[in-house]
Every structure is written in C-alpha cells, then in structure tokens.
Design a protein around this ligand. Structure first.
Ligand code: TZP
Ligand code: MG
Length: 218
C-alpha cells in the first residue's frame, strides 16, 4: 500500500457511519442522505442481523446507497459480502476475524480496494497488517446494543497500546461511541470513530452528525 493511499484513508476514517436497513427508523436513503449532509466522511453498508435484507432487495438498497455516496464523494465500504462489493464496484470491504483474510480478499478486489479488518487484540491487529489491511476497526470500545455477539468491552486501552508500540496503520474505534465520548477515542490515538446507533437512531440524524464533527475537531 502506498503511503499516499494510507493518508487519504486516514482522513476518510474521521467520521465513519455504518448502517443497514435494520438500524433505520426511516428509509435508509433518507437516513444516509441526512448523515452525508451532517458531514460523515466514510460509509459502510452493514446489512446484517435479524430481519436484514437478502438477495435482490439487499443488492438494490446497496445500489441506491452507493449512488448517494458517489454523488457526494463518500467512499462506500461493504461489510463482509465480497461478492456484493465486486458486483456493485464498491470502494472496499470490512471484515471480521471469522471472515477471509485481507490477503485473500486483496486478490479478489485488487490493489486499490480499501480493506478494513476488525481487531480485538494486538496479535489480531499485527496479523491484519501483515495480511495487507488498509485500516483496522478496534472495539467494542464501549458497551453496544448494535452487535449482539460483540466481544468484551476494551475501553480505549488497545488503541493506546497499538500506538505506543509504534503501529501507525489508520484505525477507528467502534462500539458505543457517542457525541460525549468520541473525543476520548481520538485522544487515545484513533484517526476516527465508527458509529451506528448514535447517528442512525438520532432524533435528527443531520444534527447528530454535525455535532460529532464539531466534537472531533480537537
Ligand atoms: N463491531 C463492534 S461494536 C459494533 C460493531 C459492528 C457495533 C457498533 O454500533 P454502535 O451502535 O455504534 O454501538
Ligand atoms: Mg464478518
């Protein structure tokens, strides 16, 4: 990975909104549209969990959301589903520890794809870097309602430890991040935060996103 690419990814990680249809109380296109107006910098389509769309409906929603992201120059990442990412020419994928390794996915998606990997320990982080991940998602930082199978809460310690070790890969914190605790995650050494519910379930998605942005300018 060239370092220019890494610096661009780092900037895009600042306010990383993750969402699928089950996270939305209104049409996902309206929710994403407001989040873009509020200033998100990266989007992940995570169509997962009980009641999530499948097949054609999943593909069609992905295409609608991708179109919106393209119009606003927001890179579009697909959670887990490599075939969907290839079919719609997404900008990248995000995978967990139970999915294919970044090196195998790189062969399928090519050198320009953004590949993110979730890591919960230093050794998972080191392995993902060795496999060619472009960024890491570290979490859950705080308790979360959005991932029933989330691992133990980490706080900000793992982010701090990775940075103290000199690991400088772009990384985001995830899990239970709110407008009030977002700055602590950045102060620990993250390049950005990823958020589902504090944006998708906000009374005003646009205002919540804008407030996140204000609190991240530290
Ligand atoms: N991975 C670790 S925690 C989490 C994921 C996908 C859920 C984050 O959602 P929220 O609502 O921002 O806590
Ligand atoms: Mg996964």
């Amino acid at each position: 990975m060239s370092s220019i690419h890494a610096e661009i990814i780092r900037k895009h990680l600042k306010l990383y909104f993750i969402m699928g249809s089950i996270n939305c109380q209104r049409h996902p296109v309206d929710v994403l549209s407001e989040a873009i107006a509020g200033g998100i910098t990266l989007f992940q389509y995570r169509e997962k969990g009980p009641g999530a769309l499948k097949g054609q409906a999943k593909l069609e929603l992905a295409q609608q959301l991708l179109k919106l992201c393209r119009e606003h120059h927001i890179p579009f990442i697909v959670n887990d589903d490599i075939n969907l990412a290839i079919a719609i020419r997404a900008d990248g994928v995000h995978v967990g520890q139970d999915d294919e390794s970044a090196s195998i996915i790189r062969k399928q998606l090519g050198s320009h794809a953004i590949i993110g990997v979730s890591a919960h320990t230093i050794s998972e982080a080191e392995q993902a870097i060795q496999d060619g991940a472009n960024y890491l998602g570290i979490g859950p930082i705080y308790p979360t309602q959005s991932k029933p199978d989330a691992k133990a809460v980490l706080g900000t310690r793992l982010i701090q430890k990775l940075r103290i070790k000199g690991i400088d890969i772009p990384l985001v914190g995830i899990g239970g991040i709110t407008i009030d605790n977002a700055a602590d995650v950045i102060q620990a050494g993250a390049d950005g935060i990823s958020v589902i519910s504090a944006i998708a379930s906000a009374a005003s998605v646009r205002n919540a996103t804008a407030l996140f942005n204000q609190n991240l300018n530290i």
